[in-house]
Design a protein around this ligand. Structure first.
Ligand code: MOS
Length: 686
């Protein structure tokens, strides 16, 4: 028995990455590639009337101009986000309405500016309001237990507040890129694209393009960050594919610009939230009423359902959760790390801090008092719920015990000092369906193949460790092959489900391999296996948990917030690779700090586009913003959740961390900020 799992291991792809030989989507070599630049709508709602491309076509080096009328036709136009260049409709400003393909990217970009478009326009509306007349509930309210209104009216303590989180955009270091090549002789399309799931791209795009799955190969061995924005194909993939169909035999390359990354590759919807907590004087919750609102696009259905987080987090006699959608003339929102959970937990955990203040109870103690024995949403047992231990361990590491609860009294020179905390949770998600092929290469060496994606998470390494233990060999004897739809089918890297889903399939396949070939297999022995259903037993809920502790300094003259110290303690089951898990957790916490203090996409309601469309005006933290930050975890194994004993860890770091900062800002200043991001004007004092 080996124990590769749990050994801190450098990335197996690390040398390739630091030497620049790891190929990202745009870097795969193709002979005589050509370059695409899209034409984007300059109105927020309406239709293209005329599309004059003669000037663009006359530019030297321009090979093709695709319009809403001359572009290759799709076989299926039921997905409005991806039904591009199929007709005149404009559903949001910046929508792709044409494309120029040329011999250089510069020529394509210039020629695109020469296309003359006239529109018919309709009135548009891009402003999210909780009282928007067109709002509608996504589902019937989820009510659990007693009547919420009755419990609230009889509660000894009530917190009744509104919270908001802004629109946010993923800004991965590797922008979205796609290279498409149509081989007319073989009737086969190759798409190298930065994606979190090669097979999900095939599943989505092949039917639209009228191709059989085996006519489309998606290649994506290395991805420079996705956070959800690369979890599904977006317009750039589709338009690159259309370009390739229009120019058979030529590799059509399209690198989405940073500005375009603020338009059509998904984003986090802003939220508006209304929380009402009812409690007894001792802080025991009697009612949780969580109502949330997010926007939805005419070009998509994605919903940032923030209220769901309140289903299972705390015990309460009565509970009502409802999420409303507001249809606006905006691009489709999409996944951004912990979609729903991150904004929802901001509101819930700030409200809990407000309740702690109202009850005069330490905020850590308040959470312990409301920790449920069973999953309140279902009555299920927990496979493992160790939030209370995370709270105790975090408080110990941070030095929470001697905290004076009174706000606005600690000073260091001119700076106000405060501390705050919040809980974290993220559901355990297992996506069945991954297939794995294991081949014995001889001499105790194995090749393990599956179409998983490493989006910077460390999956190349994690899956190597899981394979080594499952095959009972050292990790040096395992060669992983991932990131290609020509490998066995794998589910998408999303919902913190990658390691869970692919790892479970690897373990099952290794067992099948041994049954089939024995303990001393011949060279070339091969088995394909997988997992077709979630092994979680009926009557159980699995989730990851955590606790954030934060110190902030606020300058009352400038309103500046600094975060000198941040500690996260997590319960995520058995840790496969401590080195990359720590990075995942820290990355989530950095993203939570960023959510608290920096990120906000400003959409101009007059024109309907995001004006903060670069990294100068869309703020993300730099090294100087991150000071003493650390993440650790409980020593545990959750064999009810996965055969590795692990649970999801990719997203929980962001959940609750923004609330912990907001709560620390309150403790420092006495000012309760309920709208993110927290910016200086909210905190400046005369
Ligand atoms: Mo993550 S938002 O599930 O890719």
């Amino acid at each position: 028995m080996t124990n590769a799992i749990g050994t801190s291991t450098a990335r197996v792809d690390g040398i390739a990455k630091v030497t620049g030989t790891a190929q990202y989507a745009y870097e795969h070599p193709f002979t005589d590639p050509v370059y695409l630049h899209p034409v984007q709508a300059t109105v927020a709602r309406g239709a293209v009337d005329t599309f004059r491309s003669d000037k663009a076509e006359s530019v030297d080096g321009v090979l093709a101009v695709l319009s809403p009328w001359n572009a290759p036709r799709l076989a299926d136009v039921s997905d409005p986000e991806l039904s591009l260049l199929q007709g005149p409709e404009v559903r949001f400003r910046g929508q792709i309405i044409g494309a120029v393909i040329a011999t250089t990217p510069e020529i394509a970009r210039h020629a695109q500016s020469l296309v003359e478009v006239e529109y018919t326009t309709d009135d548009h509306d891009t402003v999210l309001r909780a009282d928007h007349p067109d709002r509608y509930p996504e589902d019937d309210p989820q009510t659990i237990g007693d009547d919420v209104d009755e419990k609230l009216s009889s509660a000894q303590l009530v917190i009744d507040q509104r919270y908001s989180t802004p629109e946010e955009h993923n800004t991965p270091m590797e922008p979205h890129t796609a290279v498409a090549l149509w081989d007319p002789a073989e009737q086969h399309l190759t798409l190298t694209t930065a994606t979190q799931g090669p097979h999900s791209v095939v599943d989505t795009l092949a039917p639209l393009l009228g191709l059989e799955p085996q006519q489309l190969r998606v290649v994506s061995p290395h991805v420079g960050g996705g956070f959800g924005s690369k979890a599904a194909p977006h317009g750039h993939d589709l338009v690159a594919a259309l370009g390739a169909l229009a120019l058979p035999g030529r590799a059509v390359k399209y690198a989405v610009t940073r500005q375009q990354g603020f338009v059509f590759v998904g984003y986090r919807s802003p939220t508006r939230q209304h929380l009402r907590l009812g409690a007894r004087c001792d802080g025991t919750l009697t009612a949780i009423d969580h109502e949330s609102f997010s926007q939805v696009s005419p070009a998509g259905t994605f919903s940032e359902s923030a209220s769901s987080i309140s289903a299972s987090m705390y015990a309460a006699d009565a509970r009502r959760l409802v999420h409303h959608l507001v249809p606006l003339d905006v691009p489709p929102p999409h996944w951004m790390r912990a979609p729903g959970e991150a904004p929802g937990m901001f509101a819930l955990e700030v409200a809990m801090d407000e309740l702690a203040v109202a009850a005069g109870i330490d905020p850590v103690e308040l959470r312990i008092r409301n920790d449920p024995d069973r999953d309140p949403a279902t009555g299920n047992r927990w496979t493992s719920r160790r939030l209370v231990e995370c709270l105790h361990e975090g408080a110990r590491q941070f030095g929470w015990r001697d905290r004076d609860p009174h706000p606005g009294i600690r000073r260091d020179g001119e700076w106000l000092i405060g501390t705050g905390m919040a809980s974290a949770t993220y559901p355990h998600v297992m996506s069945p369906g991954t297939k794995v092929t294991i081949r014995h290469d001889g001499g105790g060496r194995y090749t393990v193949r599956t179409g998983a994606a490493d989006i910077g998470t460390g999956a190349w390494t994690t899956l190597t460790l899981i394979s080594a233990d499952a095959l009972r060999v050292s990790r040096e004897r395992v060669t992983m092959e991932i990131g290609d739809s020509s490998l066995p089918t794998a589910t998408v890297a999303g919902g913190s489900s990658g390691t869970t889903s692919w790892g479970s399939a690897i373990v099952a396949t290794a067992e099948a391999f041994r049954r089939q070939h024995g303990d001393d297999p011949e060279a070339g022995a091969q088995t394909t296996g997988g997992v077709s259903e979630d092994p979680l037993a009926e009557g159980y809920t699995a989730a990851s948990f955590g606790a954030h502790f934060v110190e902030v300094r606020v300058h009352p003259g400038t309103g500046e917030v600094r975060v000198p110290r941040m500690r996260g303690v997590f319960s995520i089951g058995r840790v496969i690779n401590p080195r990359t898990v720590r990075s995942q957790l820290l990355g989530g916490m950095v993203m939570g700090l960023s959510m608290a203090l920096h990120e906000k996409s400003v959409r101009d309601p007059r024109f309907g586009h995001v004006v903060t469309q670069d990294l100068a005006t869309y703020h993300v933290p730099v090294n100087a913003d991150i000071e003493d930050m650390d993440a650790s975890w409980l020593d545990e194994t959750d064999e009810l959740a996965t055969p590795m004993g692990s649970r999801g860890a990719g997203e929980i770091g962001i959940v609750g961390s923004a609330a912990a900062i907001a709560n620390a800002v309150y403790h420092a200043t006495g000012t309760r900020v309920r709208d993110l991001p927290i910016t200086p004007p909210a905190l400046v004092r005369d």
